[in-house]
Design a protein around this ligand. Structure first.
Ligand SMILES: Cc1cc2nc3c(=O)[nH]c(=O)nc-3n(C[C@H](O)[C@H](O)[C@H](O)COP(=O)(O)OP(=O)(O)OC[C@H]3O[C@@H](n4cnc5c(N)ncnc54)[C@H](O)[C@@H]3O)c2cc1C
Length: 503
């Protein structure tokens, strides 16, 4: 089933307690700081119905029309379909939106793969995850991700400080669990549900903990409060900050002030083994859509930088061409990882098709860890004019217009208005408050860089190079011992050639 934009808007007008800049928001769908993203999310829903886009955005399953982004991946083609649908959305909206559902729903598929672990804990939990994956297909919710707690003093266990620093269960009832704490969640204030689970935690030898709880949170639940950071939209004219005003995805500290989580929404509880499993495999699927956003960001940087150097005739300089080539190498590095992760996709323990894990996670490190350098190269190529150019009002005011027309008209093809627009776009992409925020988002939104590298460590096939060196150096068999793995990590050498993955 697929919803319409209107149905989505209606669903989030549920009286939830949303605060921004110290004020309670009356209607999140019309508030100027939320409206741009609510409109884009509604547009995505409507694209699933529109004749021009529905063939890419939706698919038929058991006589129903479902969203491509929500489809469980079973074959390689499912990943090409998802990639195509995401590209269509980003092309249609003309910028980057990440936390709009397709990038987070895959976190649940990781738990689908962990049904053996859940069965050991309680078979009801594995039924719950299957039911929720089915519910996503049937109801097409806007699904987001909740991992990160305020955490407090990391040198102390939660019991030795304010226990709410990490979200935890305070009571079991017949109806479900009562939970307290808080989570940072981008887009939660205008989404339908969040997969809520522990952040990276050191459980030590504890087999059970009140903090080891994972559930689907209905974001319309009583006793939730959404305290948002101030939005970028509306702070300055849209003509001067075109990205800030259209693509700001508002982050929220979601307060759980004794919230009831019905049992059917609980995906695991008390067993630290289940919590460790989900941490180790969380981004197995969802990293694909996240990294795909970096590819689009690279395209935006290349486009802005190249237009600028063409305008000013600098693209003939070899040193400038080399810098453009560096941007292209970064872009194609991401493209290669995404493409190869589909072509060498792997069968998951639960029978799904995962993007090749080593290639996907190394691609995520490449994309995120080099982004700041690429932004700097693009900034350099755009020149200092991106941060010294006057605003649109000055280009229009009678007294200043003639001067700005004179100095910003480069030639017959590049008149002042286009040059102003390009510089404003580049400023918002590379230099503005929003630009810094997006850089930080790519650094942290799927965990911190150390966690990205930990995922690479756990999924790279170390035994291949070890075995090669063992043979080449004439070492004995005894030196080969299996690499230690965390629960839920894939077995080494468990990859299939392209032909086997098509079935
Ligand atoms: C724009 C933005 C959007 C976000 N959206 C979401 C969201 O939608 N949902 C969600 O759940 N979270 C979200 N987050 C939170 C994000 O997941 C966390 O910021 C991230 O996991 C890091 O946690 P922290 O901020 O508590 O940093 P800290 O835990 O304080 O870590 C800071 C730094 O300390 C070092 N460090 C800490 N622990 C270790 C360790 N064990 N080993 C090595 N080094 C370590 C690292 O250098 C690390 O980068 C978002 C964050 C940002 C910035």
């Amino acid at each position: 089933m697929i919803r319409t934009g209107a149905e989505y808007r209606e669903a989030i007008r549920d009286g939830r307690a949303v605060y921004i800049a110290g004020e309670r928001v009356k209607d999140v769908t019309t508030h100027p700081m939320f409206k741009p993203l609510v409109d884009i999310r509604a547009q995505i829903y409507d694209m699933q119905h529109a004749p021009a886009s529905r063939a890419v955005m939706s698919h038929q399953q058991d006589g129903e029309t479902n969203a491509v982004g929500n489809k469980l991946p079973f074959i390689q083609a499912d990943w090409w379909d998802k990639r195509r649908a995401t590209d269509m959305v980003l092309e249609a909206v003309g910028g980057i939106v990440t936390r709009v559902g397709d990038e987070t729903v895959g976190e649940m598929w990781s738990l689908f793969d962990g049904q053996d672990v859940l069965n050991e804990v309680d078979p009801q939990f594995s039924k719950n995850i299957r039911d929720h994956i089915d519910k996503v297909l049937r109801t097409d919710p806007f699904h987001v991700s909740a991992n990160t707690d305020p955490k407090g003093d990391r040198s102390k266990p939660p019991q030795e400080q304010d226990p709410d620093m990490l979200l935890h269960v305070v009571k079991e009832t017949d109806a479900g669990l009562i939970v307290r704490g808080a989570k940072y969640e981008t887009a939660a204030a205008y989404a339908d549900q969040a997969f809520t689970k522990p952040t990276i935690a050191n459980w030590g030898n504890e087999a059970y903990s009140d903090y080891a709880v994972g559930f689907i949170c209905d974001l319309g639940s009583p006793n939730l409060k959404f305290i948002c950071r101030t939005g970028f939209a509306g702070r300055a004219p849209a003509e001067d900050y075109p990205l800030s005003n259209r693509f700001d995805e508002v982050d929220t500290l979601v307060i759980f002030d004794n919230v009831l989580i019905p049992w059917e929404n609980v995906l695991f509880y008390r067993h630290t083994k289940a919590a460790s499993f989900i941490r180790a495999t969380l981004h197995r699927y969802s990293a694909f859509a996240f990294v795909q956003r970096n590819l689009k960001l690279a395209d935006m940087m290349i486009g802005a930088a190249l237009f600028n150097v063409r305008q000013t005739g600098l693209d003939k300089q070899q040193a400038v061409q080399e810098k453009l080539a560096q941007l292209a190498v970064y872009r194609e590095g991401i493209n290669a990882h995404l493409t190869a992760s589909i072509t060498l996709a792997e069968r998951s323990p639960g029978g799904l098709m995962m993007p090749n894990q080593s290639l996907l996670y190394t691609g995520r490190v490449l994309a995120c860890s080099q982004l700041h350098e690429m932004m700097h190269i693009a900034r350099e190529l755009c020149g200092g004019q991106i941060c010294v150019t006057p605003d649109k009002a000055a280009f229009e005011a009678a007294e200043t217009k003639p001067w700005l027309d004179k100095f910003y008209s480069v030639n017959d093809d590049w008149v002042a208005e286009d040059r102003r627009k390009l510089l404003a776009f580049a400023r918002d992409l590379l230099n503005s408050d929003y630009a810094g925020h997006r850089l930080t988002f790519q650094l942290f939104a799927q965990s911190a860089p150390f966690a990205h590298l930990a995922a690479v460590y756990r999924n790279f096939d170390w035994d291949g190079p070890l075995d090669f060196v063992r043979k080449s150096a004439g070492l004995s068999d005894k030196v080969m011992s299996p690499t230690a793995r965390l629960p839920g990590d894939r077995a080494v050498n468990q990859w299939f050639g392209p032909d086997e993955t098509k079935a």
